[in-house]
Write a protein that binds this ligand. Structure first.
Ligand SMILES: CC(C)(COP(=O)(O)OP(=O)(O)OC[C@H]1O[C@@H](n2cnc3c(N)ncnc32)[C@H](O)[C@@H]1OP(=O)(O)O)[C@@H](O)C(=O)NCCC(=O)NCCS
Length: 181
């Protein structure tokens, strides 16, 4: 069966993470700047490797599944960050996304560039209808990034998400295919 194309942008290409990426992935996924607002942190390099290997086999666009892709710089193949795509179980034409950039590369436009490429891929190649992101309101970098690419704030849920031992707020941002076009 022909493989669907993967997202790409001027500086970045996306692909499935491989075992050989585990060390770089583990290093930035355990950095304070990255774990501050994210629920998952690999406890060891082995856990990072297991996560990558398990995810490598999750089919793209399968209902209820999360697919993780790394994004790499064209010029030197450096792993800049990764994204998660959640293909919603009940709403098959919708997807939830999350972006992580390694701290070394923060504030250089990589997060928004990756998000634009990802949304474009979901609307154009996978024909999705709506893309959403769920964000902790005090994750200012993430809020700035999604607003920069044109996602709208649709909801602010108070104390709705159990995170690191306490209830925190959760904001939902979204964009429709017709708005993107
Ligand atoms: C959120 C994240 C992916 C942004 O990546 P990035 O590559 O630094 O983002 P960009 O450089 O594309 O910046 C996008 C916008 O956010 C702004 N921004 C970036 N970091 C910021 C910060 N700490 N505080 C406020 N605004 C910030 C930028 O100024 C830019 O806006 P501008 O172009 O209008 O100036 C990155 O901070 C990250 O990986 N954080 C940890 C993981 C995480 O919490 N992910 C969110 C899960 S959805």
């Amino acid at each position: 069966m022909p493989q669907a194309p993967l997202p790409a942008s001027e500086r970045l290409y996306f692909r499935r993470l491989q075992e050989s990426d585990a060390e770089d992935f583990f290093l930035y996924r355990t950095a304070d700047e990255v774990t501050r607002h994210q629920p998952w942190k690999p406890a060891s390099l082995y856990e990072a490797r297991d996560y990558i290997c398990e995810n490598a086999h999750v089919p793209m666009n399968a209902q209820g599944q999360w697919v993780q892709l790394g994004f790499f710089r064209h010029s030197d193949d450096v792993l800049i960050g990764d994204c998660g795509i959640h293909f919603l179980r009940e709403q098959v034409s919708q997807a939830e996304v999350g972006i992580t950039v390694a701290p070394l590369w923060h504030k250089q436009g990589y997060g928004s560039e990756a998000l634009i490429a990802l949304i474009d891929f979901l609307f154009t190649d996978l024909n999705k209808y709506r893309v959403i992101a769920s964000i902790d309101p005090i994750n200012f970098a993430s809020v700035a990034m999604v607003e920069k690419v044109g996602m709208r704030k649709e909801a602010h849920h108070l104390r709705s998400y159990w995170f690191k031992g306490r209830w925190v707020d959760d904001m939902i941002f979204a964009i429709l295919n017709e708005e993107w076009q």
